[in-house]
Design a protein around this ligand. Structure first.
Ligand SMILES: [Zn+2]
Length: 190
């Protein structure tokens, strides 16, 4: 599966839309990305998981860890493909934590997996959390990198596809300046 095939699947499942959108942040963008839509069918998620796992077969990964909620499905299928354990970190009162009785052995070799890396913030928080618990993070992976390759998470990073998503304040939006009207994603009927 190459990068273009990954993005084509995202387009077909409406996880990736081209147009003129109002993002939840209030910013405007010509691209809308909602990874969950691309993972609705488990067979599709498994394919992405196997593709990510192929890169890490020989890295001695013992455990996959993901930041909830975005990383849960893809992290789980990567762990399945590597035949290793899967755990996740989640926020409690804004603080990323390991909960639910998950524990990590001193020096355990982890791979951190997320669906989309934008700034790398959730991945970095997940890495810091599992390292504080004793783990050693070997690498990080995501299906999509929309940081244009710039997100630095402090460990080697791999993505199946890269996407340069520009967003603009409404006052500076070139799509508005061309006279177009921005819509909330999901409001379109076709
Ligand atoms: Zn606009």
């Amino acid at each position: 599966m190459n990068s273009e095939q990954v993005l084509e699947h995202f387009r077909q499942s409406h996880a990736l839309l081209d147009g003129h959108f109002i993002l939840s942040s209030g910013l405007h963008s010509g691209t809308y990305l909602q990874c969950a839509l691309a993972l609705q069918f488990p067979a599709d998620a498994v394919k992405f998981g196997e593709e990510i796992a192929r890169r890490f077969m020989d890295e001695g990964i013992e455990t996959v860890a993901s930041p909830a909620i975005g990383g849960l499905i893809i992290g789980y299928v990567v762990a399945q493909a590597l035949n290793v354990r899967f755990i996740w970190t989640e926020r409690q009162a804004g603080q990323m934590m390991l909960r639910r009785g998950f524990s990590i052995r001193q020096g355990e070799r982890l791979l951190v997996v997320e669906d989309v890396i934008t700034t790398g913030g959730s991945t970095r928080e997940c890495i810091a959390t599992v390292e504080a618990a004793g783990g050693e993070v070997m690498a990080a992976a995501s299906i999509i990198d929309r940081s244009n390759g710039t997100a630095d998470v402090g460990v080697p990073r791999h993505s199946l596809a890269s996407l340069d998503v520009m967003s603009y304040s409404p006052e500076n939006c070139p799509l508005c300046q061309r006279g177009g009207e921005a819509v909330k994603p999901g409001s379109r009927t076709s």
